[in-house]
Design a protein around this ligand. Structure first.
Ligand SMILES: [Zn+2]
Ligand SMILES: [Zn+2]
Length: 346
């Protein structure tokens, strides 16, 4: 089968490789991948900003059709078109695993990072990770279920109250999904912050998805412009989707008493944020971080898809073949790029 593999550390070209297709385990299913989405973290693995063990087939966001099922699998049939949580492989031997908490395994292997991923024609998944793709969403949106659950999980952790004034900094796919889900969570005013690169499609989608205003932080601090816009009122929730230190530090001054800074963007390893701790304590300000998502987040997101309350087909800016990977990986700053997917249809 055709796969896309990171073979070396450093910024080296990804390799198209023909590899034997995986064997369907007795307790799993073999999925013919229809769509695999490119995640911001995949681009960080490619540029080596985030180290990734090599060689490995990349990709963890996908959907496709079951083409084989193991003899112990019930409830799923060959032909089912499924969304899947990211397959993970706990070691079974560490303290957490032996205590019955495989999700906390200290050496867990994750598809697309430390186990074979979805930039491949076939991938193995397991019954309790699967959801039938709702008819009303496209496979491209279905492949983006995982990042959507990450945002859903984040908003649950941050605690959005109806009517809250919110700021979203960074208008990549995660920022745009944050705006969309903030509306569903009942947020009030939403202020979207981007830079010059957001002036085209990103700004347009941010406003379409529910932001009341777009602020360009290219040449002037976002905080100044936000306080101008709110006539000096501070906001309830400021969410960073950039992982950029300057952007994060700029947010502390605009959060109201008992308000929250939600940290969704991941800064490069080892970079430190400088905080005015005194102001933070006087302001009773919460800093809430978040990472990943859980089964309950998938249940909720798939339900939103099913009910027709959540769709973002217009955010899929690129549908490409595996061989055209460089179009996105070598040019992630393309202002017209919001979310790209690989298609495997012949
Ligand atoms: Zn992802
Ligand atoms: Zn373990």
């Amino acid at each position: 089968m055709k796969t896309l593999v990171k073979t070396e550390r450093g910024v080296t070209d990804l390799k198209l490789m023909d590899i034997e297709k995986p064997v369907c385990p007795d307790n799993g299913v073999l999925i013919k991948v229809d769509t695999a989405a490119i995640c911001g973290s995949d681009i960080h693995y490619y540029t080596d900003k985030e180290p990734m063990p090599v060689p490995q087939i990349m990709g963890h966001e996908f959907c496709g059709r079951i083409v084989e099922k193991g003899k112990d699998v019930t409830g799923w049939e060959v032909g089912d078109f499924v969304l899947s949580r990211v397959p993970t492989y706990p070691c079974g031997e560490c303290v957490a695993c032996r205590d019955g908490h495989p999700e906390k395994c200290t050496s867990i292997r994750i598809a697309g990072l430390t186990a074979p991923g979805a930039y491949a024609e076939y991938i193995v998944s397991y019954p309790d990770l699967l959801y039938l793709k709702p008819e009303n969403i496209s496979p491209e949106v279905g492949a983006c279920t995982e990042p959507t659950t990450v945002v859903y999980h984040a908003l649950k952790r941050f605690g959005v109250n109806p009517g809250d004034t919110c700021v979203v900094v960074g208008l990549g796919a995660i920022g745009l999904l944050t705006i969309k889900l903030l509306k569903i969570f009942g947020a009030g005013e939403i202020i979207a912050v981007g830079r010059n690169s957001a002036l085209g499609k990103k700004k347009e989608l941010a406003l379409k998805y529910g932001a009341n205003v777009f602020i360009n932080a290219q040449d002037r601090k976002a905080s100044e412009q936000i306080l101008e816009y709110t006539k000096g009122y501070k906001v309830n929730l400021a969410i960073d989707c950039t992982g950029t230190i300057d952007a994060i530090e700029d947010l502390f001054g605009i959060i109201c008493y008992k308000g929250t800074l939600g940290a969704l963007g991941v800064p490069p390893t080892g970079e430190l944020v400088k905080v005015d701790w005194n102001a933070l304590v006087w302001g009773s300000i919460n800093i809430i971080t978040t990472f990943g998502s859980e089964k309950s987040d998938y249940d909720a997101v798939v339900e939103l898809f099913r009910e027709g309350k959540l769709d973002f087909d217009d955010m899929i800016s690129h549908k490409i073949r595996l061989e055209d990977w460089a179009e996105i990986f070598k040019n992630p700053r393309n202002p017209e790029y919001t979310k790209a997917v690989f298609k495997f249809t012949e």
